[in-house]
Design a protein around this ligand. Structure first.
Ligand SMILES: [Zn+2]
Length: 254
């Protein structure tokens, strides 16, 4: 029997091609449904029961969803945004993320992110991992998207990271966001259960895929389009840095 190599970090199985001749085997390495399930099982074993799409009553995705190239190498961390908060019901927040993402212009096919982590440390399934996410503008290939269901951006940070570089006309177009950025004083902080759950999720993803890098949305967006993004906030970036250390991962582009 010749040697074989599993190219992707996923569940594989051997199938004899000819019962009379056991010398050749085919290797099924793209058993994606099994991989999705195995991720859920592994999280459960680590004490993190994944809340699947059916449990939060997700709407079906659009048929235009694109299958992943199954080449996940990056994990991108996001925060949900300024209108989200730790105090809200996470199931309702998940439904809102999906409604907002599918109602964008241009519309997303489903929730943009693959997973979400609540302030209570519950992990939600967003977009099915078998499909390419929509969470970094124009560069989603090979990227798992994880969103913290909270608002981690502090006052003035959106201007500093995002709005400040816009032209005068674009500043006028974004005036509401700019004013909000100046006025809002309330934001969340990453909670200990949330940080622990995100770490457990990234660790499991690393077991199943050849994950090399982890970063915040702002880092990936700058690389992809040279545009600033406030997401996931300085507070979210602190979590990003500690997760990189904990998991031995590089930053984006390295
Ligand atoms: Zn983001």
């Amino acid at each position: 029997m010749s040697d074989y190599k599993i190219e992707h970090w996923t569940a594989g199985q051997t199938v004899p091609l000819d019962d009379n001749d056991g010398s050749s085997v085919s290797i099924s390495v793209n058993n994606r449904a099994a991989t999705r399930q195995a991720i859920i099982t592994a999280l459960g074993k680590n004490g993190h029961k994944l809340i699947e799409r059916s449990s939060w009553h997700a709407q079906p995705p659009r048929e235009s969803m694109r299958e992943s190239h199954w080449d996940y190498r990056d994990i991108v961390i996001h925060h949900a945004g300024r209108s989200y908060s730790c105090g809200a019901s996470s199931i309702a927040e998940m439904q809102r993320v999906q409604t907002e993402d599918m109602g964008r212009n241009p519309a997303f096919d489903d929730v943009g992110y693959h997973y979400a982590v609540s302030c209570q440390g519950d992990i939600y399934e967003g977009r099915d991992i078998r499909f390419i996410g929509e969470h970094v503008a124009s560069d989603n290939s090979g990227k798992v998207g994880i969103v913290f269901l909270s608002d981690l951006v502090q006052m003035g940070e959106a201007y500093e990271q995002e709005y400040g570089e816009l032209s005068f006309l674009d500043k006028i177009k974004n005036i509401r966001g700019i004013v909000t950025d100046r006025m809002v004083v309330k934001h969340d902080r990453p909670t200990t259960p949330q940080i622990k759950a995100a770490g457990a999720l990234c660790k499991v993803l690393k077991e199943f895929f050849n994950i090399k890098r982890l970063g915040g949305h702002r880092e990936y967006q700058m690389l992809a389009t040279n545009k600033g993004r406030a997401c996931p906030g300085h507070l979210g970036m602190e979590v990003v840095k500690s997760l990189r250390m904990e998991l031995g991962l590089s930053g984006p582009g390295k």
